[in-house]
Write a protein that binds this ligand. Structure first.
Ligand SMILES: Nc1ncnc2c1ncn2[C@@H]1O[C@H](COP(=O)(O)OP(=O)(O)OP(=O)(O)O)[C@@H](O)[C@H]1O
Ligand SMILES: [Mg+2]
Length: 293
């Protein structure tokens, strides 16, 4: 195997560890985290005492209504904001600032500097962060551009690419950094429905091959079920954990199936319980609910 890529590939023993039920320490621990924005007039509490853990090679989804603090949680994991309460640890170390071990892919693909070609866009963070020298960076960039099917567009400029292609460049650029955890904030929300589905499919195929650890934010129940192997359901503002669900059994092939639709309806009820009451016993008998609050 190419030595450059070793850091990123989950070993068979790691997968076996997961199957043998989470013996190792979680990769990411979010413990009782409250996040606040302070403006001169007031304090806005975005999340309230949120806790969850992510294991290596998880595809962990934060799902909740607009304003429940998903993006804020992602920013806290990225190290851009600090919790007012609780703590976040990556591989046992408390997160205090941004670092190359956590890379964020946002919804706006105009995050790609337009004056750089596709390959220059992928190379730049590798060299700027002193992760690799120029020649190794180029080798690694080509490897990941190939993985996302963009080898032929290495010398193209971003404005000549479709939305889906820009999304692929952003993913290649993030994966090339071989982060401990890849953070994605509604990365496909701006794409049309067909392209969005295609990107979900490609992301899952990439995960199958590379086995990166993913923290993925969405407010689409369907996308959460397709992309995630675990889903954290957050209540409306300020976000609190409502439940955590195992969803590894669903993928794009399950779309439209009875099991998929039933799961989606139950998640909807758990999220948007109109009376604001606690989930009913029947809802909590949902066999995939791991934790309910
Ligand atoms: N810079 C900010 N200053 C003050 N309040 C903010 C700021 N950013 C977000 N908020 C508030 O924090 C809360 C959570 O916002 P956040 O963007 O994390 O929600 P979200 O779940 O990502 O929503 P969406 O699905 O719409 O993206 C909201 O009430 C929002 O108004
Ligand atoms: Mg958001």
């Amino acid at each position: 195997m190419n030595a450059v890529l070793q850091g990123h590939t989950a070993s068979d023993s790691l997968i076996a560890d997961k199957v043998n039920q989470r013996t190792a320490e979680p990769l990411l621990q979010v413990q009782g985290v409250s996040l606040e924005y302070r403006t001169p007039e007031r304090v806005v509490r975005a999340t309230h005492q949120v806790s969850f853990e992510i294991d290596p090679a998880d595809r962990f989804v934060l799902l909740g209504p607009s304003g429940c603090g998903k993006s804020t949680l992602l920013k806290a994991v990225a190290g851009f904001i600090q919790p007012s309460e609780g703590q976040i640890r990556l591989a046992g170390v408390q997160i205090k600032e941004p670092g190359p071990d956590r890379i964020v892919v946002f919804q706006e693909f105009d995050q790609l500097p337009p004056w750089k070609t596709v390959i220059q866009n992928v190379i730049f963070p590798l060299v700027a962060s002193r992760t690799l020298k120029r020649r190794e960076a180029e080798e690694r960039a080509r490897y990941y551009l190939d993985k996302v099917g963009l080898s032929a567009f290495a010398d193209a400029y971003p404005h000549t690419l479709s939305g889906g292609m820009k999304a692929r460049v952003a993913i290649a650029r993030a994966l090339a950094m071989q982060p401990k955890i890849l953070l994605m904030d509604e990365p496909f929300a701006a794409l049309d429905a067909l392209t969005r589905r295609k990107m979900q499919e490609e992301l899952l195929a990439l995960w199958d091959e590379v086995r990166f650890t993913l923290l993925f934010v969405t407010h689409s129940i369907e996308e959460a079920l397709v992309v995630g192997n675990r889903i954290l359901l957050l209540s409306p503002h300020p976000g609190r954990v409502r439940a955590e669900i195992n969803s590894h059994q669903y993928d794009l092939n399950s779309l439209g199936g009875v099991g998929f639709q039933t799961a989606a309806q139950r998640i909807h009820r758990l999220l948007f319980d109109e009376a604001g009451t606690e989930p009913t016993d029947r809802e909590l008998s949902f066999q995939d609910v791991r934790i309910a609050y």
